[in-house]
Every structure is written in C-alpha cells, then in structure tokens.
Design a protein around this ligand. Structure first.
Ligand SMILES: Nc1ncnc2c1ncn2[C@@H]1O[C@H](COP(=O)(O)OP(=O)(O)OP(=O)(O)O)[C@@H](O)[C@H]1O
Ligand SMILES: Nc1nc2c(c(=O)[nH]1)N[C@H]1C(S)=C(S)[C@@H](COP(=O)(O)O)O[C@H]1N2
Length: 208
C-alpha cells in the first residue's frame, strides 16, 4: 500500500473551531498594528493538519470585556480551543489571568508552569507572566504572553535543544480528546503531540 492509498483510506481530519483573542489596549485603539492574531494564526496553521474555523477578537485590557469574550467564544461560538495573547504581566491593566479564571470551570496549572519554564530559556523576565489555562465546558482556554514572538516560543518550545524542551502544544491534542473535542493532528515537523498509545488513531502519512 502506498502513502497515498493509506491517506485515502483514512477519514479526513476533524474540523476544529479555534478562538484567538488579542488583548492589547494600544492595538485595540489602533496605536499599533496588532501582531498577536497573525502570529497565532501563522503558528497554528503550520502546526495543525485539521481544517480550522477561526473566531478572532481584538479587545482592550478590560476584565469584564475579556471574560464576556471568552464566554461568547465557548458558549455561543462553540470553540474547542481558545488562545489569548497579552495582558498576563504584573502591570495594573494586565488582567487577562483574572478574567480567564472568572470563566473557569477548572484550572489546568501545568500549562502556566510549563510555559514559564520554557520562556526562561528565552527571557529572564519569563516569571513575570501570570498566564493560566482553564477548562470551560468542552473548551480549553490558554493565556499566552503579549510579545508576538512569545507565541511560537511557548507553543513550540525548543525541540532541537539538548535535552529538548517540549512546547505546551504537545499536550493540547490529548487534553482536547479528554474533554470531548475533535481529534487534533499535528505536523510532526512543527509539533510532536503526545498521546498514550491507546488514544492514538492510525498515523496519517507526512504531508508531501
Ligand atoms: N497585539 C500586539 N501586537 C503587537 N505588539 C504587541 C501586542 N501586544 C503586545 N505587544 C508588544 O508586547 C509588549 C508587551 O505586551 P503587553 O501585553 O504587556 O502590552 P502592554 O505593554 O500592556 O501594552 P498594550 O496592552 O497597549 O499592548 C507590548 O509593550 C508591545 O510591544
Ligand atoms: N516566551 C516569552 N515569554 C515571556 C516574554 C517573552 O518575550 N517571551 N516576555 C515576558 C515579559 S517581559 C512579561 S512582562 C510577561 C507578561 O507579558 P504580557 O503582559 O505581555 O502578557 O511575559 C513574559 N514572558
């Protein structure tokens, strides 16, 4: 059987709906161009082989507006995954973690812990990010820092380092499986997702 035969015998990848939220006072006012949403889309497009339905939002650092946006994306738009960028630091207007906890059914502390550990490999100020991850309904919501470059840094990690530093996205597909979402398939050249053997579907041949 050729790779093409194997690929055509498999059902197509599940569709996934992803909310992306850029939280920035200045980008929302048009003081500078938002780079958060393009950076999120760029990395996720490269990492995922699933068809993606995007639900993008650009909003200021206002706790009630952030919480309302997260509720809307999960409860009304039906997002499976929501990634935010910005507003995780210690400045008075950095309130993304509080707003995210406002809408949480459950917290997932490992994501924040691992992101800060990864980020320390890039910047000594990594510990200033108070980023959190939570589950609301059947969706996973993850905060990322506001620096656009931090998006790829934390999602991807340093796979070539010795020892390798896994990015947090490696744990996202199995987390989404466990909360009843679509089966996410990653391009291994970008992100090696981890699932226990009994949760794995037959591998799809690498994209040509
Ligand atoms: N959406 C964005 N687009 C482009 N650059 C951004 C964006 N968000 C943040 N940055 C850059 O990353 C830095 C740190 O992000 P942070 O979320 O702390 O923003 P901030 O300094 O509170 O300002 P603002 O909320 O107005 O973006 C910003 O000062 C800015 O240089
Ligand atoms: N990977 C990565 N993590 C990072 C950074 C970064 O540039 N790269 N910036 C740090 C800095 S300087 C701050 S203040 C905090 C919070 O950033 P935020 O308020 O933009 O979310 O994230 C930290 N984490």
């Amino acid at each position: 059987m050729t790779d093409t035969d194997t690929a055509s015998a498999l059902p197509p990848p599940d569709g996934v709906r992803i909310g992306i939220v850029s939280i920035s006072d200045r980008a929302a006012r048009g003081v500078y161009a938002d780079q958060g949403l393009p950076a999120l889309q760029d990395w996720l497009r490269r990492a995922l082989r699933n068809p993606i339905d995007w639900v993008p939002r650009l909003i200021p650092d206002e706790r009630p507006q952030i919480a309302a946006t997260l509720r809307e994306l999960v409860d009304d738009a039906g997002c499976d995954l929501v990634l935010t960028t910005g507003g995780t630091g210690p400045a008075p207007r950095d309130v993304t973690p509080e707003a995210t906890l406002d809408v949480a059914d459950r917290t997932m502390p490992g994501f924040g812990e691992q992101m800060r550990a990864i980020s320390l490999r890039f910047v000594p100020t990594a510990i200033l990010s108070r980023q959190v991850a939570v589950i609301r309904g059947r969706a996973l919501i993850i905060n990322l820092p506001g620096q656009p470059k931090s998006i790829a840094e934390t999602l991807q990690g340093l796979p070539q380092a010795d020892p390798p530093v896994p990015g947090i996205f490696a744990a996202v597909p199995y987390c989404i499986d466990l909360i009843g979402g679509p089966y996410l398939e990653c391009d291994e050249a970008v992100c090696r997702a981890f699932r226990p053997k009994n949760a794995q579907r037959p591998p799809r041949p690498a994209a040509g």
